[in-house]
Design a protein around this ligand. Structure first.
Ligand SMILES: Nc1ncnc2c1ncn2[C@@H]1O[C@H](COP(=O)(O)OP(=O)(O)OP(=O)(O)O)[C@@H](O)[C@H]1O
Length: 306
């Protein structure tokens, strides 16, 4: 068994990852002698990661987008810490935000080199528990409200559009149709406060949606989860605010709130729409009103490039 195993999602980036995978596979298996596995269905990477760990692989390289990394992490976190292989990323998805947060190159060949030879360091993982009794690990961001609904709507419009167009149409739909704040009771590390928020994003990584620097100063190795919230503002102001998030310059806006925590308990006045790493955790049929989130410091060694 090779010490390195690639877990490749050929469906990443609307299926475009498949041709890149076909190009890189011979290099990976023949030149570097690594194992190569491909996902065949949704959540298959969870199982593949656990199988690779059981076979004694030392480094798993997740080749896909944030969803692939999310699944690999959920597979590995079910294992005792000492049995978790290190993880590298070759970002071939559409967002690739956690890779960007770790400084990984967006160029596949450069990222391949980094994933195989880069240094690894203990990296925080986050976990959500909800009032249905469900729990899941996440690595990059967890979004509640606006960005979760945009995520859900993105899936509905992306057959017809591509790239930024998908996001803009989904964002406009959300601003028009889902402009309803949550009344939230939050408890961060024992401190209780209340907010009316249109959006709350929790960040272990720094960027989401391929372009929004939600926590530009955040770090996935500081043992904390950053948060950014947007209070109730008008619809035009929502549009006005988006470019501030693209530039990561939103912290001075008076209608945003920011901070960091290790442990959060949150209660809402109505069901919460939630995404974890861009995957829908709770959609329009959600019944979740109460959840908690914790940081698990240094839970998995990731390849970092800075
Ligand atoms: N063979 C497959 N068939 C269908 N879906 C798959 C298959 N393999 C993986 N998937 C699913 O593809 C989804 C998207 O993967 P991923 O997030 O890696 O790519 P992406 O959405 O293009 O990137 P990003 O999340 O960075 O925007 C994941 O939910 C994953 O479970």
């Amino acid at each position: 068994m090779a010490a390195v195993c690639f877990i490749c999602n050929p469906k990443a980036n609307y299926g475009r990852a498949a041709s890149l995978a076909a190009q890189l596979r011979p290099l990976v298996t023949n030149h570097y002698g690594a194992e190569w596995r491909e996902t065949a269905y949704y959540q298959h990477a969870i199982k593949l990661a656990q199988e690779a760990a059981a076979e004694g692989v030392e480094r798993i390289i997740a080749m896909g987008g944030d969803g692939t990394v999310h699944e690999v992490v959920n597979g590995l976190m079910a294992l005792p810490p000492e049995e978790r292989p290190a993880v590298g990323i070759v970002p071939v998805g559409s967002g690739n935000d956690f890779a960007a947060s770790l400084g990984i190159s967006p160029r596949p060949l450069e990222a391949l080199q980094q994933a195989l030879e880069g240094r690894t360091c203990p990296t925080d993982i986050a976990r959500i528990y909800d009032d249905r009794g469900h729990s899941e690990y996440w690595t990059n961001t967890l979004g509640i409200g606006f960005d979760a609904v945009v995520n859900i709507r993105t899936r509905q419009v992306r057959g017809a559009l591509r790239g930024l167009g998908v996001y803009l149409v989904a964002a406009l739909q959300t601003i028009l149709l889902n402009h309803q704040p949550y009344h939230l009771r939050l408890e961060t590390d024992g401190q209780v406060w209340e907010e009316e928020l249109l959006m709350l994003t929790l960040c272990n990584g720094r960027r989401q949606g391929g372009m929004f620097w939600m926590a530009p100063q955040g770090s996935p190795t500081d043992g904390q989860i950053d948060y950014v919230g947007v209070r109730t503002i008008s619809r035009p102001k929502m549009l006005y605010t988006l470019p501030f998030f693209i530039r990561g310059k939103h912290d001075h806006l008076p209608y945003t709130c920011h901070g960091a925590f290790r442990h959060l308990i949150l209660e809402a006045d109505r069901p919460l729409y939630i995404h974890t790493d861009g995957e829908i955790y709770a959609g329009f049929d959600s019944t979740i009103r109460r959840l908690s989130v914790e940081s698990i410091p240094g839970a998995i060694r990731f390849v970092h490039a800075h």
